[in-house]
Design a protein. Structure first.
Length: 345
């Protein structure tokens, strides 16, 4: 009898305990998501943000789920109309630099409730064929979003393609431009590593980095090598400055985005005139990957694909030094123009 009573009591305690844990988990999830449902400021009013408008509760519930459905093409016209969803031209573009951390930056910014990313690189402004398709084609490539949200796309080839600044200017002369850079020699090696991997996948042989980066006749840095040219950031930036004032650019430190992403993301939030919503909760270090990964909520998190964060081949230290010396004066100019200084050699 006593044993039966004890068992009953244990059962009751178990049920009560489960209910309590369930409630706590629910509250944690709810607070986490509610925190993301904060009013946002329109991008145009960067200096004096107005009283933020309240985002309807629907936005919170539907941002991820509904947009996901829409992207998969499962939404009806009625759903789109009902939720007031639109395909908007980007109000900010990550224009480069290739291998600077452009994917990580886009994915991390997408943690912000007011940001919607175009998942694919669209290559509208750098590809003549795409550009000839017109602005409505470009808009049609954008994800559905709520009108108060801002769409961001990234196509790193924009930074180095000559025609692009003028084309973007014609679309929107007040657009915000994000450039993520890494120490130029490291970036060049990363660029090489990506191409090398592509060659190896096709069972092709490829030169060593040293052979490509240094002109064997002159023993000087080979400025014809694309990975070297791309890292001369100031040369490319100067072309952009013929169209856009420097205040329309924000330089992101790609090396710090790897080691300590939050402060970099907070600077971007400020540049985009968005309230600070991305928090340490959204970013966690994954020791297996060796990189920060993204936490959207209590159940959904993700790391970037394995193609991000490749192991670089070892490069002859004398070549590294030669490249660093070569980039040095260009870096100084880049700091001077942008007002952002890095500890590059
Ligand atoms: P490596 O592969 O040389 O390490 P992009 O997206 O512009 O191609 O840049 C790729 C680089 O993003 C990677 O270069 C990697 O170092 C960097 N990166 C920054 N944050 C990352 C993250 N959280 N996860 C994976 N890679 C990240």
């Amino acid at each position: 009898m006593l044993f039966k009573q004890q068992a009953l009591l244990r059962q009751k305690l178990f049920v009560l305990g489960s209910l309590a844990i369930g409630s706590v988990l629910y509250l944690v999830a709810r607070v986490g998501t509610l925190d993301r449902l904060q009013p946002i400021c329109p991008i145009e009013n960067r200096l004096t943000p107005p009283e933020p408008e309240q985002i309807p509760l629907r936005t919170l519930q539907f941002k991820r789920g509904l947009l996901h459905e829409l992207r998969k093409g499962n939404a009806t016209k009625e759903q789109i109309r009902l939720h007031n969803l639109v395909q908007q031209l980007p109000r900010a573009i990550i224009i480069g630099v290739r291998k600077g951390g452009t994917r990580a930056l886009l994915e991390m910014l997408n943690l912000h409730p007011a940001v919607v990313k175009a998942s694919q690189e669209i290559h509208f402004f750098d590809n003549d064929q795409n550009y000839a398709r017109g602005i409505d084609w470009y808009r049609g490539k954008m994800p559905f979003s709520f009108p108060h949200q801002i769409t961001i796309e990234k196509s790193p080839a924009y930074f180095i393609t000559e025609e692009v600044p003028e084309r973007i200017f014609k679309m929107n002369s007040s657009i915000k431009l994000l450039i993520i850079v890494r120490e130029p020699t490291t970036r060049a090696v990363s660029d090489y590593t990506q191409v090398l991997e592509g060659k190896e996948r096709k069972n092709k042989t490829y030169h060593k980095f040293e052979k490509l980066a240094i002109d064997t006749n002159t023993c000087e840095v080979n400025t014809k090598y694309k990975a070297v040219r791309t890292s001369i950031y100031t040369k490319h930036l100067e072309r952009w400055l013929k169209y856009f004032p420097v205040k329309q650019f924000h330089i992101v430190d790609g090396d710090r985005l790897i080691t300590d992403p939050l402060p970099e993301l907070q600077l971007v939030e400020r540049f985009l005139n968005l309230p600070s919503r991305i928090s340490q909760y959204n970013l966690y270090f994954n020791a297996t990957r060796g990189f920060y990964c993204l936490r959207f909520n209590i159940v959904f998190n993700k790391c970037l694909a394995g193609s991000k964060g490749r192991i670089h081949p070892e490069v002859d230290p004398s070549v590294v030094t030669k490249l660093q010396k070569f980039f040095h004066p260009f870096n100084q100019k880049f700091y001077q123009i942008t007002g952002r200084t890095f500890n590059w050699p």
